[in-house]
Design a binder for this molecule. Structure first.
Ligand code: ADP
Ligand code: MG
Length: 228
């Protein structure tokens, strides 16, 4: 119980931190973009115009990354809608198929469509949470491999299962999952898992991780099914 409490407290600190990061970074990006836009519209050589355009595009890209990673840090925009898990999982797989192909990773889907089983929450956030997890799975197999993604339905809950055959994690690494900036990657952000954990737990879900070095990692995400 104590451990659970500590984890919950950590998560709250973490989502506040995330909210402040996204806020603090978004503002200077917006300001810089405004001034560049002004400069672009003024009487400058065409080469300078071109450079400014590229700079503006790059700023937009940075903003996009913040939006992708930290959309959940806007508690006011919380949506509560029916989420057909089947459709969301399919959507996530579609979004990540190009990345999987690039990494020689095949994705095995075992999905049964069940109209009567849905959960209630914010669809975009859930997509974000799943994308971050599946993306890590793909990235854990630099030499290629297979990911298995499936859904199990029970009476009152459903389980999303995400399995990779990648490099796996030590117990120490598993314990640090969800900690902000924890990454073992050269260009990692260490934000993906933090975002996923916050979102899933915020939606009443439960995440279980099993992992073995050199064998792979298994994420199980359990949600209570909403009452019809
Ligand atoms: P990032 O992917 O930017 O490193 P994440 O928060 O998404 O940040 O993940 C944090 C760390 O957790 C990763 O750097 C990696 O060490 C570990 N990890 C997460 N998922 C997996 C996985 N499926 N297989 C192996 N390691 C993983
Ligand atoms: Mg990641």
């Amino acid at each position: 119980v104590l451990q659970k409490l500590m984890k919950a407290e950590k998560l709250e600190v973490v989502s506040n931190l995330a909210a402040s990061i996204s806020h603090e970074v978004r503002n200077p990006l917006t300001t810089s973009r405004g001034f560049m836009q002004l400069a672009h519209e003024s009487d400058v050589p065409s080469e300078t115009k071109y450079h400014l355009l590229i700079a503006i595009e790059e700023l937009d890209r940075a903003t996009e990354i913040i939006n992708d990673y930290l959309t959940f840090a806007k508690p006011a925009s919380e949506e509560n809608e029916k989420i057909m898990i089947y459709e969301e999982v399919l959507h996530v797989v579609n979004v990540l198929t190009p990345l999987a192909n690039m990494n020689n990773v095949g994705i095995d889907l075992s999905l049964v469509k069940k109209e009567s089983c849905y959960i209630v929450g914010d669809r975009k956030k859930l997509e974000q949470a799943l994308i971050n997890i599946v993306k890590n799975g793909i990235e854990s197999m630099p030499k290629g491999g297979k990911m298995e993604i499936g859904i199990d339905y029970c009476h009152h809950s459903l389980r999303i299962k995400i399995r990779d055959q990648g490099e796996g994690m030590t117990q120490k690494q598993i314990d640090r999952l969800g900690e902000p900036y924890f990454t073992t990657k050269e260009k990692g952000t260490g934000l993906g898992m933090m975002v996923s954990f916050s979102i899933i737990q915020g939606m009443g879900g439960k995440i279980t991780v099993k992992s073995e070095i050199e064998k792979g990692t298994y994420f199980s995400i359990e949600f209570p099914i909403a009452d019809v």
